[in-house]
Write a protein that binds this ligand. Structure first.
Ligand SMILES: N[C@@H](CCC(=O)N[C@@H](CS)C(=O)NCC(=O)O)C(=O)O
Length: 221
């Protein structure tokens, strides 16, 4: 298996799930800011030019959510979903809440701040997205005041996407996460699998940047 991703992107969710599952995987950093997402080599893997992608055999799987579901199925020992149907449904509920109710507002803000071409950005939309984001995080804050994990008593894949969205909100200095969210993020970041995924993405970025710098130095002499 090979994960294509980059630091500070949704690929962290997939690397984290792989680490929770104890899977071994190759990792290739696609440096989006340097246009590598649009390179012919990467577009042969994902014609949309987006990360993350998980290649496994003949399939190049896109969509971070689908990749996490696949990892959960392939490595049941990772316990990314509870076995009990009701507990599992509760975990699905919070998984989809994060990706459909919280993430769209984060993405809208990012798109209109920097991700869209300049002539497509509408700065005036930000206050509305900000208001919607804060509103979408309120139920999470309420539930996290009463429980250790977002969907109950055990860690699930829902914690991966919830933590990722809340951390994204914090790093973009957006309103929403309160004390319960902050305490939760702190707990999640202490997980060995989270730290291993972060270390992997950081190490691969540093390795690639050092290789590019060394190549530039040798061509300058
Ligand atoms: N819904 C997709 C979103 C993928 C996505 O937009 N990825 C970003 C990085 S986090 C990307 O590759 N952006 C490059 C682009 O939009 O051209 C997922 O969850 O995997």
């Amino acid at each position: 298996m090979k994960l294509y991703g980059s630091k500070n992107s949704r690929s962290l969710r997939c690397a984290w799930a792989l680490e929770e599952a104890g899977a071994s995987y190759d990792y290739e950093r696609i440096w989006m800011m340097k246009g590598q997402g649009q390179s012919p080599a990467f577009k042969a893997i994902n014609p949309a030019g987006k990360i993350p992608v998980l290649s496994d055999g003949r399939v190049n799987l896109t969509e971070s959510g689908a990749i996490i579901f696949y990892i959960a199925d392939k490595f049941p020992q990772g316990n990314l979903w509870p076995n009990d149907p009701l507990a599992r449904a509760e975990a699905y509920r919070w998984f989809f809440y994060a990706v459909t109710e919280v993430e769209p507002h984060l993405w809208a803000i990012a798109q209109h701040r920097f991700a869209l071409p300049e002539d497509k950005r509408i700065a005036a939309l930000e206050p509305t997205s900000m208001w919607q984001l804060a509103r979408s995080i309120r139920p999470i804050e309420k539930f996290l005041g009463q429980r250790e994990f977002i969907a109950g008593d055990t860690f699930t894949a829902a914690d991966i996407v919830t933590t990722h969205c809340l951390t994204w909100a914090l790093s973009a200095k957006l309103e929403g996460p309160g004390d319960a969210c902050l305490a939760y993020i702190g707990r999640m970041k202490q997980r060995a699998a989270y730290q291993a995924a972060m270390a992997r993405e950081t190490m691969e970025a540093e390795r690639q940047e050092a290789a590019i710098a060394a190549a530039a130095d040798s061509s300058a002499v």
